[in-house]
Write a protein that binds this ligand. Sequence first.
Ligand code: HEC
Length: 108
Amino acid sequence: MRRLAILVMGLICLVAFNSCGTTSVVPPVTRELAQKSATGPTRVDLATLREGRTVFVSRCIECHTLPAVSSHSAQEWPRLIDEMAGRANLKPAEREAVLAYILAVHAQ
Ligand code: HEC
């Protein structure tokens, strides 16, 4: 159990470290972010947040620069993602994961 915890922490550090360059625009999925989301009203797990971030940085830059999470309010994002999910051809699960990631970052 302890070993698993250390392994998970290590992985999270690695992910956080790798994304240093883009931290301001696309904050990494940290343990804190996941913990907040897991206990928050939306109840999102770490894997979903990671997927959401990955989809965000890889699929939302096909037509324009990556929009900053802070460029729109938490109320605006669901409608925007609905629109853009169609454009980016996201599967329903990907759409939900991106929105979950964006809202989790927003709530920080
Ligand atoms: C197929 C092209 C395409 C893809 C892929 C795409 N967008 Fe867009 N997006 C556009 C176009 C075109 C506009 C501007 C015109 C409009 O708003 O209808 C836009 C506008 C936006 C805006 C509002 C304007 C701004 O600068 O803030 C946001 C936010 C946005 N996109 C987010 C996303 C996100 C998040 C994704 C990934 C899920 C995404 N987009 C994927 C084409 C795309």
